[in-house]
Design a protein around this ligand. Sequence first.
Ligand SMILES: Nc1ncnc2c1ncn2[C@@H]1O[C@H](COP(=O)(O)OP(=O)(O)OP(=O)(O)O)[C@@H](O)[C@H]1O
Length: 340
Amino acid sequence: MTKQPLLEIKDLTTSFKIGDEYYAAVDHVSLTVNENEVVAIVGESGCGKSALALSVMRLHQEVRTKVEGEILFKGRNLLPLSLSDMNKVRGSEIGMIFQDPLTALNPLMTAGKQIEENMRNHMKLSNKEYKERAIELLKKVGIRNPERVYAMYPHELSGGMRQRVVIAIAIACNPSLLIADEPTTALDVTIQAQIMDLLRDLQGQMKTGIILITHDLGVVAEMADRVAVMYAGEIVEIADVRTIFNNPLHPYTRSLLNSIPSTTEVKDRLHVIQGIVPSLSKLPRAGCRFRHRIPWIDESVHEENPVLREVEKGHWVRCTCYQHFHFPDTVSEALKHDIT
Ligand SMILES: Nc1ncnc2c1ncn2[C@@H]1O[C@H](COP(=O)(O)OP(=O)(O)OP(=O)(O)O)[C@@H](O)[C@H]1O
């Protein structure tokens, strides 16, 4: 069965005003999410993942943000839509799950009323039906005593319960796309797995497309169909999940995978990713943006204007430097470049 594109992000550039200048946090990014497909976006903090997600939802502050390109949702470009048309899409056809459930919820409204509020904006039901559906949704997201939780305020709920309520709000109108931005980072480790299991179950039942933004490569391996790796505002590699884990090519993807702690193998500290993503105004804009973090690789192997190239069906990589990449061979090589 061929998959239909649900979301097509075309040449998206999102820039923020800092001082008098605009700087692109998302730089000419194109990405497709098909129906019933989970696309993970991975990369370190500051790579532009949230800026990308918020652009799809059009949740950036308009005064200091420029969003250029096209975001086609079911074929319709979301960027030129009026606010009222965008509000019809947001929360109904596209649901969003934020990092921190406490800030995502209204502290002055009960869980049940917040779920109902989203439905009231998009669905015509009777008061009784809104309530029944809200309780049904609380049950669906794994809350055992939904009638009780319906009447509770966010501060009366644990972090995991709050995130379940956020998920209930996000799925209340049966969206065809969910955007989950680090949905478990604000939660205890023990609860994280439960929330990811819930998301996976819901995705299976509802066949929703999902953009899953995460640092957790374990979650990616379990949940994603395809993976886009972002570095410094650009996608540097994109492929199906199996290819990313079995045949990663870009030096950044390889470094990310290498930095996962292993329980079976003692990792050489030289193989752990070095340095940090530069701040937005200091991002390298010319050439291979990752080259500064792999200084032991000869400069000449980087392309001047690296573009994403399809190296095998569905597997795209930016910059041919991957053909020459290796981790530092020796301590002296690492020391020479001050990277230990
Ligand atoms: N409103 C804003 N104004 C100015 N700069 C911003 C704004 N929002 C984000 N940035 C900058 O844009 C870059 C990308 O940020 P973004 O939040 O998208 O990164 P991220 O990959 O999602 O990181 P994290 O995993 O920490 O959420 C960062 O340098 C960030 O500081």
